[in-house]
Design a protein around this ligand. Structure first.
Ligand code: FES
Length: 112
């Protein structure tokens, strides 16, 4: 079974092939922020640290939404509600703190 690791807390789980990343997080005991679970909001965007090629290919809707949110469409950022695990991979959930789906990527130079 494929193994997925979540950082920064280093929690992992072995899951059945084709399990969505969002569901695998529950098995690993971590929380991924999400809202629609149907490729409409972008709230569940995550960074793939390793194993980009071990996730299901992006469908048109996911690619389109990432583009609308001005996020990379090269597989380094995926929607947890859409991507399915096909092999071992590592996910950085810290990205969820860097990114606001209402605003796009936070400006690192911006005073908050
Ligand atoms: S939860 Fe809305 S796009 Fe994934």
């Amino acid at each position: 079974m494929p193994r997925i690791e979540f950082r920064p807390d280093i929690r992992s789980a072995e899951v059945d092939e084709k399990t969505k990343v969002l569901l695998s997080a529950r098995k690993a005991g971590v929380t991924i922020r999400f809202a629609c679970a149907s490729c409409r909001c972008g709230t569940c965007a995550i960074r793939i640290v390793d194993g980009v090629m071990n996730l299901s290919p992006m469908k048109v809707d996911e690619t389109k939404l990432l583009g609308q949110l001005k996020l990379p469409q090269d597989g380094s950022i995926r929607l947890a509600c859409q991507s399915r695990i096909m092999g071992d991979c590592v996910v950085d959930l810290g990205f969820q703190n860097e990114y606001d789906s209402d605003m796009g990527l936070a400006d690192e130079d911006e005073d908050v």
